[in-house]
Design a protein around this ligand. Sequence first.
Ligand code: ITT
Length: 192
Amino acid sequence: MKIIFATNNAHKLSEVQAVLGDGFELVTPRMCGVEEDIPETSDTLEGNASQKSHYLYEKTGLDCFADDTGLEVEALDGAPGVHSARYATDGHDFQANNRLLLKNMEGKENRRARFRTVISLIEGGEEHLFEGIVEGRIIDHESGSEGFGYDPLFVPDGFDRTFAEMTAEEKNAVSHRGRAVRKLVEYLHKNA
Ligand code: ITT
């Protein structure tokens, strides 16, 4: 089954393809002739995921889905949250974001945080939402080189390694995105 995934993030694409398996072929916006950046102007993850999937559906008329993810840190009142991509700068500067997070966490005793992913699927013109959450903590230095984004700073509950110290398979087994995508797959299989 072919399905469009509204992302320009190559890391996300490979994580999602790994969970979906061989039965699904992911198509990117570029492969459908959508070259421009898809707007994300909402102040919630749900709103952004929905905005991205609707944008692509209106352009292509094909079934598609989008995910929006945020890192929600308790001691920072849920920041960076929906602003995770542009926490430190206007662009997707992972290193600058991690440096700013470390700075803002200096001296904080409460290190609790969670990643939350919301997927919006548009299938036959109808929208369905799926959520995935992983709880964990923010450590005080970067560790590991796998994954992307805030992975070097986040240790999921039940582990003593960051996401950036795990294989893609290990991360997907417990991650926010892995959980949300497994719900999506279950829905797609049921309705195939
Ligand atoms: P698209 O909108 O093109 O899909 P994006 O990188 O903007 O890609 P999001 O808005 O969903 O993706 O994610 C916001 C930021 O959150 C992202 O730039 C990363 O810094 C961070 N992030 C998302 N998923 C992550 C993950 O699995 N591990 C670590 N950081 C992640």
